[in-house]
Write a new protein. Sequence first.
Length: 142
Amino acid sequence: MAAKGQTLKEFGNLYPAESKLLAACRDGTVAEINVSRPERMKEENRVRAAFVRFLALGVGVSIHERGLRLVGAAIDGGFDLENCTIPYSIIIFNCLFGVDDKNLNSLNFRYSVFEGIVLLSGSLISSLGSGPINSLFKPMRL
């Protein structure tokens, strides 16, 4: 049995922004939900953090070598990549993280290894998990 969050089917019906992100990850393009950072989550800008994690891990779906590129979304829930090896770049601009108050760490990269770049420019992060983060010969900008 596969670990939870490892198949596309588990996510059921995707939100509009998630469908756009999935298509962009497959095509190697940018999923531009909105140019500016949202002030709050709405149906049209909602992307579940677990779905972003699923795409970042690159399991269960083919991802273009350019990786994950997202602009102007509200990330719902904690984005937890603890102990993960991420084979692609993660470029997330002008996004709102941690819109779900139940998640103490809206962004958790503890003990993660990134084989590409990580850019979170212009994003608002409610909290950040602490601990070692490893980047393999690539710049990391938080």
